[in-house]
Design a protein around this ligand. Sequence first.
Ligand SMILES: Nc1ncnc2c1ncn2[C@@H]1O[C@H](COP(=O)(O)OP(=O)(O)OP(=O)(O)O)[C@@H](O)[C@H]1O
Length: 257
Amino acid sequence: MLKSGGHIDRSTQVITVKGVSKSFGELHVLRGVDLHLFRGENLVVLGRSGTGKSVLIKLISGLLKPDTGTIEVLGEHVDELDEKALQQLRLKIGFSFQNSALYDSMTVRQNLEFPLVRNKRHLTRAEINHEVEDVADAVGLLHTINQMPSELSGGQRKRIGIARTLILRPEIMLYDEPTAGLDPITCIEINGLINEVQEKYKTSSIIITHDLACAKSVGDRIVMLLEGRFERQGSFDQIFDTEDERVKPFHDYNFIT
Ligand SMILES: Nc1ncnc2c1ncn2[C@@H]1O[C@H](COP(=O)(O)OP(=O)(O)OP(=O)(O)O)[C@@H](O)[C@H]1O
């Protein structure tokens, strides 16, 4: 299904990265990158392994500081915030990371309510139950709520991980390799879920991936990180309509038609 893009507010940028460089010793990972995310948009960041996609996410969430440049998230200059202000800002950002595992000793319900109990202490038990059931339903797994994570499939665990992130109603979602390690059918389901989340929760998202099927399915716009810079941006077809020898093998390798 083609995305309409009708939900995107192009007059508001929820993330603005300007002239950001980041090196580790002699390794120049990002070399003056500019990037923006519009409100309501799904932006895919494509790049080969080791090109700096995770570094970019860490810079946006204030876990790393840039060597040069500025990063604005929801109107705040991330690189100027102290730890307390950063923590407040991070509550508005949902992180779906590859290693954001569920707690094995807790039920699905307990996993989902954990962020609420920790961050929204004024909520009543009834309100917590309502929120938990709402997000479990949104990811299509209300029926698993009393199960243990070990009883779920890999795709179901991923969905519950996303639901746990959604429970704090983040304005921004950052997905790091959402389809990594999943079979093709489950990948399609997760891509569908990312689009449903965008619509239902009005999130603005950055999706980091090297899965082109994922990029094609979820991306309203795609940027490609090449040699420390965003060399290409546009729709999926625009990105790959090139004779650039650094881009073509990427496409061929993924066998996307
Ligand atoms: N804290 C750090 N200290 C030193 N080097 C780092 C640090 N963080 C990242 N790097 C290096 O920066 C480069 C980019 O890393 P990054 O994790 O962003 O890659 P990536 O594009 O996310 O790759 P992958 O798709 O494999 O996860 C790598 O060479 C990595 O070793």
